[in-house]
Write a protein that binds this ligand. Structure first.
Ligand code: MN
Ligand code: MN
Length: 301
């Protein structure tokens, strides 16, 4: 493959990842906090952007998962590289804008930055939520080609709000999986990466799947792994994830990012993509390209 066609393929996968994140968020949000049984009796199989849910969303409307990712992405783009305070400032501006939803741990961390200038929340055994993992995609795009840069940027942004070994492990390994998927690696290769995580932290074992899809990062990642590795298309992966219920917008946002990177932009169903806000779609499309073009992968190849 020529350098140019390799780069074009990565750009498509990067757009797929960011659009996939937003699509998963918007599709899953109406099912957030429902059980599998409740989704089944209400929708049969939820496979369309219906809106509603506890946040009373418009069809296609995204929530904090996409919005926090945008905060990080814009910070990196605006400074032309990694900036922890830039990311924290954007999150602070976002929190002040009274977002439709924000997790308690995220709110606490961002408020500690606003009030005390804290950029690292102290270790806390209750910080095992999925709030760091759900916003990590932009960092994976920007650090493509440099595993140690991925690690340092990931831990910095994660610790703004979550300082917990399982959150760290999940967020870091999600970044590594995104790097592999963005560069066109195979499903078995991604599976091997997850095996490494399981060897270090057996909590993440997902086979047999326990059927928990809560906001606890262990449950979240088990759900993402279960749905991603058993499906064979972007659509099947995201539908499977959403219909587990629980923290459905966040599990589907993460699964959507991973599946979008793996299957590429073209694999995202048009009926979902069309429901996203046009301005949002244009911005995430542009940001995806801008972030990977800033990455070490594009600088050295
Ligand atoms: Mn959300
Ligand atoms: Mn959520």
């Amino acid at each position: 493959m020529t350098k140019l066609s390799m780069q074009n393929e990565i750009l498509s996968r990067a757009r797929g990842a960011f659009i996939g994140l937003a699509v998963g968020d918007a599709l899953g949000a109406p099912a957030e906090f429902l059980t599998r049984g409740e989704i089944q009796s209400k929708y049969g199989v939820l496979r369309d952007m219906v809106g509603g849910g506890w946040l009373r969303l418009k069809p296609g409307q995204v929530t904090d998962d996409t919005q926090m990712s945008l905060c990080l992405a814009r910070a990196i783009r605006d400074s032309g590289g990694w900036t922890l305070t830039g990311a924290a400032d954007n999150l602070a501006t976002w929190l002040k804008s009274k977002p439709i939803d924000v997790g308690d741990t995220c709110r606490r961390g961002i408020r500690n930055y606003m009030l005390r200038g804290m950029v690292e929340t102290p270790p806390n055994e209750w910080d095992g939520g999925n709030g760091a993992a759900m916003r990590t995609l932009p960092v994976a795009l920007y650090t493509l080609g440099d595993p140690s840069l991925l690690e340092s940027c990931t831990l910095q942004h994660a610790h703004l709000t979550h300082n917990h070994p399982l959150s760290d492990a999940a967020t870091l390994y999600l970044g590594r999986l995104l790097h592999l998927a963005l560069t066109g690696r195979s499903m078995p290769r991604l599976r091997r990466e997850v095996e490494q995580l399981l060897a270090l932290y057996p909590n993440f074992h997902f086979d047999p799947y326990k059927g928990l899809a809560t906001g606890y990062v262990v449950d979240t990642m088990q759900t993402v792994f279960h749905c991603f590795f058993r499906s064979r298309s972007f659509e099947a992966c995201v539908v499977e994830t959403v219909n587990q219920g629980g923290d459905a917008d966040t599990t589907a946002a993460i699964a959507g990012a991973l599946a979008g990177a793996y299957y590429g932009e073209e694999a995202i169903p048009a009926r979902w993509r069309k429901k996203l806000n046009k301005q949002l779609l244009a911005e995430i499309t542009e940001l995806s390209g801008q972030l990977v073009r800033l990455s070490p992968f594009f600088k050295v190849t």
